[in-house]
Design a protein around this ligand. Structure first.
Ligand code: MN
Length: 173
């Protein structure tokens, strides 16, 4: 489910005061959608995992970063959808602005929605609304199969687990 069509994100940004990309230029989807993991040196260091879905970046904050050992789980808190161009953003968000702190691109690549390969009509929107994603990440650092499973709500934030699959049925190319 696309949460709020960027309204929440744009509502919190003063685009005159931050160097970040703005308004969500749409472009035709790439053959494989992109993912990015940005390391964000905010008040609490975390990693932002973002997946391209229908022209936007669906996002989670992962405090400990993506797990690399098979079967390992990490907390992932759903955050605002971001504009697609944000996948290229690195820079400093000034003090006092939403998400203040330095952002670097920690990893980037493309992904495959593996549920769609197995079940007809299971696109990312359906996977998101069911709270169950199975994706093959093809990054520089992160390669392999991951699950994102929604576990509930805390305050008004969706709590998910990011899990590295136990066995890799796909040979990471
Ligand atoms: Mn962040």
């Amino acid at each position: 489910m696309i949460k709020n069509e960027l309204k929440s994100y744009l509502g919190r940004r003063d685009l005159k005061k931050t160097p970040e990309p703005g308004r969500g230029k749409y472009r035709p989807p790439w053959k494989e959608p992109v993912f990015v993991i940005q390391k964000h040196f905010a008040t609490n260091l975390h990693y932002d995992l973002r997946l391209e879905v229908e022209g936007m970046l669906i996002s989670w904050a992962v405090p400990k970063g993506p797990p690399e050992a098979p079967g390992t789980k990490r907390l992932a808190v759903r955050t605002d959808d971001h504009p697609l161009e944000y996948a290229d953003f690195e820079g400093v968000i000034p003090e006092g602005q939403y998400g203040a702190g330095t952002v670097i691109i920690w990893d980037k690549g493309t992904y495959v929605n593996l549920r769609k390969e197995k079940e007809e009509n299971t696109d990312m929107k359906k996977s998101l609304s069911e709270g169950k994603l199975e994706i093959w990440l093809k990054g520089g650092k992160i390669k392999g199969i991951y699950y994102l499973i929604k576990t509930g709500m805390q305050k008004d934030k969706e709590q998910w687990l990011l899990i590295k699959a136990k066995d890799e049925k796909i040979d990471a190319a």
